[in-house]
Design a protein around this ligand. Structure first.
Ligand code: HBI
Length: 96
């Protein structure tokens, strides 16, 4: 399924609204690192993100070690950033 990429202006506006997300060097993804008190808190966060992702049919690329969760959002069907990434990032921010 083809999905439109964000324009540069849309991208910049979205980043201004998000909390702590940064643009990856290639401009095709946004990234954020989350730190928690311990592994269980981190994994619980990941579980809540997984439920969000499934409900939005949009899935993160992520890494977890102990209390740290690194999330990268990009839209494979767009070959870069789309509104789906922004929508999921905003929903993740609202979990905190
Ligand atoms: N998640 N990040 C991301 N990017 C996609 O393009 C994508 C997805 N999850 C499911 C999904 N696409 C489906 O809609 C199919 O297009 C694979």
């Amino acid at each position: 399924m083809s999905v439109p990429q964000l324009t540069d202006a849309e991208r910049d506006a979205a980043l201004a609204e998000l909390e702590g997300w940064t643009l990856r060097g290639d401009g095709k993804a946004i990234e954020c690192t989350f730190e928690f008190d311990d592994f269980v808190q981190a994994f619980g966060f990941m579980t809540r993100v997984a439920i969000l992702a499934q409900s939005q049919d949009h899935h993160p690329e992520w890494f977890n070690v102990y209390n740290r969760v690194e999330i990268t959002l990009t839209t494979h069907d767009a070959g870069g950033l789309s509104q789906r990434d922004v929508t999921l990032a905003k929903a993740i921010d609202h979990l905190l």
